[in-house]
Design a protein. Structure first.
Length: 490
């Protein structure tokens, strides 16, 4: 399916809301009375014993205090929460994993609809289908699929929420072989702003199926995903080569030259790390050092001799100080490798871009920034291509499928006094790479200072206009606007 016929190209996004309607104690009590008997989840105001933990997000830079958190346990609970929001004129924030860097999962003073009680995963191994609740994290899905030697292509951390990742596209370790997470949707159970529950698929509401594959949470709340699963594992063959700073530029040039020729059964990613964590293949003497790490993954049978030969060959690139090839469980190992580097509670700021050309000068600028950056975290260059490009640009809301590499500045620190300086450094570094970066931006990575880029993230004015017309049909009052928002077409 392609986007609906375009609206005027002047369509533009609504400004990010300053906040939702405030919920005071009186309204909180009134809502609790309304929900009594029908809502089976937790109704959490500021005095609830679980409130402080429930309002915490991955990014400690976001410190918001919702007036009410409705922690849902079923689709029926979500319907009740949406009805409360609509009837009281509240703009709900919707939380799944809470890993959105801009903190859009948490309202400030208003209503948060928390899906963390919807974490059931069921696997149909015969049909290779996986049904996952709207509050699942990637680790929940991986744990359920691994015993069946199946995977759902998803992200790169076990703690990431499935819903946020998938609805914005879903870039991950398996993208080169099996496409984006949203490319593997079979159907979705969706609660609309009206409170109606519908099943969305290629056959039922196909226009919404198109929009939900990359358009984010603009059209409703997904309470159940049904994914197409793929044979894999449960073991994965990976290779690691690590480089001292003086060898990093040469290694990255070799990486850039080899990536275009890789088969789609290989994923290969670079990470310029401020400090190397204590990973299984890292000797203690290298832990805590500033190092470049290249990680290659064989996305097929871990025992395939061709995979072993390929991964071993990739670890030989340049002059590594560490090189290793091993086989690890995917669900319990590979998918959790960087969790410790991006755990909850630090201050995070990210900037990303598609890479049009990882030229020598671009490599030099990246390495120079990395060698001097005072903040923790890493600069990532993630290999794309392969199956991502098998889906035509017009066939989903997700945009900018044609790039081979994705650049992500994933910065981390703890002292609020460093915010202004460190954010400015990251912005300046990305701006300096403009001659080598492409158009567009990954909608899932839009930061608090990038909400003016929603049209660009969604493929430009024409595709955005089609999404805006669908928004007007399914959410004309823009109830779901605490996101990378698509304004309803007028």
């Amino acid at each position: 399916m392609t986007a609906p016929a375009s609206a005027p190209a002047s369509a533009s996004p609504a400004p990010a809301p300053a906040g939702s309607s405030t919920i005071d104690e009186q309204l909180r009590l009134h809502i609790a009375e309304e929900l009594a008997g029908s809502f089976k989840g937790d109704i959490m105001g500021p005095h609830h014993p679980g409130y402080e933990q429930a309002r915490q997000l991955w990014n400690a830079m976001i410190d918001r205090r919702p007036g009410l958190i409705l922690r849902c346990t079923s689709t029926r609970d979500v319907v009740a929460a949406v009805n409360v929001a609509r009837e009281h004129g509240l703009l709900p924030a919707v939380r799944c994993g809470g890993h959105n860097v801009a903190g859009k999962a948490m309202s400030d003073g208003g209503l948060t609809i928390d899906l963390s009680g919807l974490r059931e995963v069921t696997v149909d191994p015969e049909r290779k289908l996986v049904h996952a609740g709207g509050g699942c994290r990637l680790g929940d899905v991986d744990a359920a699929t691994a015993p069946h030697k199946l995977i759902v292509p998803a992200g790169i951390m076990s703690e990431t929420g499935v819903a946020g990742l998938a609805l914005g596209g879903g870039i991950g370790w398996f993208s080169r072989k099996h496409g984006l997470t949203c490319d593997n949707f079979v159907s979705l159970e969706l609660v609309l702003a009206s409170g109606e529950v519908i099943e969305v698929s290629a056959e039922s509401h196909p226009e919404l199926f198109w929009a939900l594959r990359g358009g984010g949470g603009n059209f409703g709340i997904v309470t159940r995903f049904t994914f197409r699963a793929h044979d894999f594992g449960p073991m994965m063959r990976i290779g690691v080569s690590v480089y001292e700073p003086e060898r990093a530029a040469a290694a990255l040039r070799g990486y850039a030259s080899m990536v275009p020729a890789l088969p789609r059964t290989v994923g290969w990613h670079a990470a310029l790390k401020h400090d190397m964590p204590a990973l299984p293949f890292v000797p203690p003497s290298y832990v805590g050092k500033r190092l470049l790490m290249l990680v290659s993954m064989w996305l097929d049978d871990a025992e395939d001799p061709a995979g072993a030969e390929m991964i071993d060959r990739l670890t030989e690139l340049g002059e590594p100080c560490i090189k290793a090839s091993t086989v690890l469980p995917f669900a319990g190992g590979v998918q959790r490798l960087i969790d410790v580097e991006f755990e909850d509670g630090h201050r995070y700021y990210t900037k990303e871009a598609h890479v049009a050309d990882l030229a020598d000068e671009a490599v030099d600028r990246l390495v120079a920034f990395w060698q001097d950056m005072p903040m923790e975290g890493e600069v990532e260059i993630i290999g794309l291509g392969g199956a991502i490009g098998d889906v035509a640009e017009a066939d989903t809301a997700f945009a900018n499928r044609g790039y081979l590499l994705w650049l992500n500045f994933a910065m981390r620190w703890d002292d609020p006094a460093d915010d202004e300086d460190y954010i400015a450094r990251a912005r300046e570094a990305v701006a300096g790479l403009t001659p080598w970066t492409g158009r567009g931006v990954y909608v899932n990575m839009l930061n608090f200072d990038e909400q003016d880029r929603v049209v660009e993230a969604l493929g430009g004015p024409e595709k955005y206009a089609g999404l805006a017309r669908l928004k007007a049909r399914y959410d004309p009052a823009n109830l779901f606007r605490m996101n990378a928002n698509i304004a309803p077409a007028t």
